[in-house]
Write a protein that binds this ligand. Structure first.
Ligand code: IVH
Length: 669
């Protein structure tokens, strides 16, 4: 690859990993498997290491993930919460052992093997035998204080047994959602019409971040603790420490083995790779740790993980089952997704009946046919994937799949744009799922925030009362009341909610319109630059590309959208309805430029504003906010409990530190 290509690939990987990080840690809705994620991350680490001129302090390689949400107080970890190096092969474990033996050639090394629990990491602080604080990993430096929720977990002691514990120590472990409770929870959610959790880990993460600990208490979370940290620990090895922690009342790993040779480690790995399906909770691998604390100290840490431990990750669990039929789903953009109906099969603790087939290329690539026996695998998604076919079980009658040529909903001939994997139904104004999907997107919380359920949209479209989102603004209470599902109060609420949406700022309206590739952030960027819908409509691709962060693909999509007369009619209907289609100018001249495009990093906790509010203020007054400190940072906006590593870095780079009050003065002056 030449330098230009390398740079492009690095930017592509960084952008994608940021997106997947957010989906995994903040939304608890991962879209790719850990294995796929690690492959992308490792490729990026290699490319950055071999091409240091493209290193970036904001790259996903610089951090361990983030699950901070604004509702909880953030607390700096006394000891950073590092992660473990991942490995997927026996060779990598052999390399790990060789490295250790090379560093400590004259020592007999003992290893401890444990299960790698697939849950949410937690750090507990005990003072004088009482649970003081429970903090999530967050970004490894600071996490969310979820003490109240954690106190509801029955296997975590609030008060310790015996008296031989240090007066102040931390213990870390993993909070799990066992299969049985998880399946029940999803069943309840299904009957209540609520979104299902993709897997037990997401259910554990979602539960831990709930605002009401009374609801947390009703969910059967469990916790294994596997790492004791503190100044006055009595024992000299990890294994002894765990046994002692057990005597204090903690649930520590049960299936733990002290190994003196690499063969014993392999035996443990192979045993649990098969046996894991009989455990009542998910594990995703095995963790191998050097037992002696002296050895651990000699080996030390890299910037991200200890050199004395490694995780061996299992390949995702697979099962074989029969492919009964294929359904074709039509999405909001008209994209067709084939979905396999399977003979129900138990996989990783849940019953699987459907699997995504993605697109026609995927069906061809794997040569998947109806009535084949297929291998299904669970990544992070609710719908598992088909990863292969057992061709030895294929009989002669089994025919190749003929991908549909017409839309299953409106019978329009499908099209396939060159270079794109998906087939599309081009009947965007007449195909019911496309119409409904666009309206559902338009009214969604982050767009126009109009309170209407999916069934309401369905009823409004099916009755012919609305044909597009702009028609919502012509609805009257009387017309809504003509529908069966509405009574006086619910009709009033709907009309009121539609009326209120006229106050929604332009950037959210642009997002709500639903132009392909124009997500929330892109919409904000464009609105900041172009200010009015007419400016956007009149912009050429070249002009749009001039805007920072807008690439050719997005620019082309916007231009194509406004080339279509139907879409201009739709915008005109929104204009007539009084929806915000330009930024309110009064604000801009007042706010903008006060911070003169200077870059701020926020760290610690604040008195007057939350971190999110501060970020909004920075952006409102024309500044920039970034996550990590670099030579480009102009100010560190520091609150209470600021991380020591951040302080050290700003001092080194001579970056001024300002308080919350200094910042308020800057914007009020
Ligand atoms: S030890 C210094 N032991 O896996 C690192 N971690 O990928 C201490 N995990 O962050 C971690 N089971 O959330 C350790 N038996 C176990 C584990 C375990 C699961 C998680 C933990 C860690 C992640 C690393």
């Amino acid at each position: 690859m030449n330098k230009d290509k390398i740079k492009k690939r690095i930017l592509f990987l960084q952008e994608n990993l940021h997106i997947h990080n957010h989906k995994y840690y903040a939304l608890a809705q991962p879209e790719i498997s850990d294995f796929e994620y690690d492959q992308l991350l490792n490729e990026l680490i290699d490319l950055e290491n071999n091409n240091p001129e493209f290193k970036d302090t904001n790259s996903p390689t610089q951090r361990v993930g983030n699950d901070i949400s604004k509702e909880f107080n953030q607390v700096i970890h006394k000891y950073p919460m590092l992660s473990l190096g991942n490995s997927y092969s026996i060779e990598e474990i052999t390399d790990f052992e060789t490295r250790i033996k090379k560093t400590l050639p004259d020592e007999d090394i003992e290893f401890v093997c444990e299960l790698k629990y697939d849950g949410v990491a937690i750090s507990l602080t005990y003072i004088d035998g009482f649970l003081q604080q429970a903090i999530t990993r967050g970004d490894g430096i600071q996490g969310d204080d979820v003490t109240n929720n954690v106190k509801t977990i029955k296997s975590i002691p609030i008060k310790l047994n015996s008296n031989d514990f240090p007066s102040n120590f931390e213990i870390r472990g993993e909070i799990l959602f066992p299969h049985e409770g998880f399946n029940e929870l999803n069943k309840e959610r299904e009957s209540a019409g609520e979104a299902l959790f993709a897997n037990p880990r997401n259910a554990a993460a979602g539960t831990l971040k709930m605002q009401k600990s009374s609801i947390v208490a009703k969910r059967p979370l469990d916790c294994y603790l596997y790492y004791v940290l503190g100044e006055n620990l009595q024992y000299k090895s990890h294994y002894e420490n765990l046994l002692q922690a057990k005597s204090w009342g903690f649930k520590v790993p049960e299936h733990i083995k002290v190994c003196k040779s690499i063969d014993e480690i392999f035996e443990y790995i192979n045993y649990w790779d098969k046996e894991r399906k009989n455990l009542p909770f998910d594990i995703d691998g095995v963790v191998i740790k050097v037992n002696s604390f002296k050895h651990q100290k000699d080996l030390g840490f890299t910037a991200k993980s200890p050199r004395w431990a490694i995780a061996y990750k299992f390949k995702a669990e697979q099962e074989k089952t029969k492919l009964l039929s294929i359904d074709y789903q039509v999405g909001r953009t008209g994209a067709i997704t084939p979905v396999a109906n399977l003979e129900p099969v138990q996989l990783a603790g849940t019953t699987v009946k459907r699997a995504s087939l993605h697109n026609s290329d995927q069906i061809k690539l794997l040569d998947i046919r109806v009535n084949d026996f297929v291998f299904v695998e669970k990544g992070g998604e609710i719908i598992p994937k088909i990863v292969g076919v057992d061709k030895s079980l294929r009989t002669n009658e089994i025919q190749e799949v003929k991908f549909i040529s017409h839309c299953p909903e409106c019978n329009t001939k499908l099209i396939r744009v060159e270079g794109e994997a998906k087939h599309y139904c081009p009947n965007d104004t007449g195909c019911p799922p496309q119409i409904k999907g666009r309206i559902e997107h338009f009214i969604s919380r982050k767009a126009m925030n109009i309170g209407a359920a999916e069934a309401t949209v369905e009823a409004l479209v099916d009755s012919g009362l609305i044909k597009d989102s702009a028609d919502l603004y012509s609805l009257t209470k009387e017309s809504v009341l003509s529908l069966e599902r509405f009574a006086e109060k619910s009709a009033n609420n709907l009309i009121e909610s539609i009326k209120n949406s006229k106050q929604i700022p332009f950037s959210r309206v642009l997002f709500a319109i639903g132009i392909r590739y124009v997500g929330e952030t892109v919409a904000k960027t464009i609105v900041k630059e172009l200010k009015t819908i007419d400016n956007i409509i009149n912009s050429s691709t070249e002009q749009l590309i001039e805007i920072e962060e807008i690439g050719e693909r997005i620019a082309q999509s916007i231009v194509d959208y406004f080339k279509d007369a139907k879409n201009i009619d739709f915008i005109n209907k929104l204009k007539i309805a009084g929806v915000q289609l330009e930024v309110e100018e009064i604000n801009n001249s007042d706010f903008e430029d006060k911070l003169n495009a200077q870059t701020f990093v926020i760290s610690g906790t604040f008195e007057k504003y939350s971190r999110d509010e501060l970020k909004e203020l920075i952006s409102k007054y024309g500044g920039k906010n970034t996550g990590s400190i670099s030579a480009k940072t102009n100010f560190l906006l520091a609150g209470e409990n600021i991380g020591p590593s951040k302080l050290e870095k700003v001092k080194k780079l001579n970056i001024p530190i300002i308080t919350e009050n200094d910042f308020i003065k800057m914007i009020e002056e």
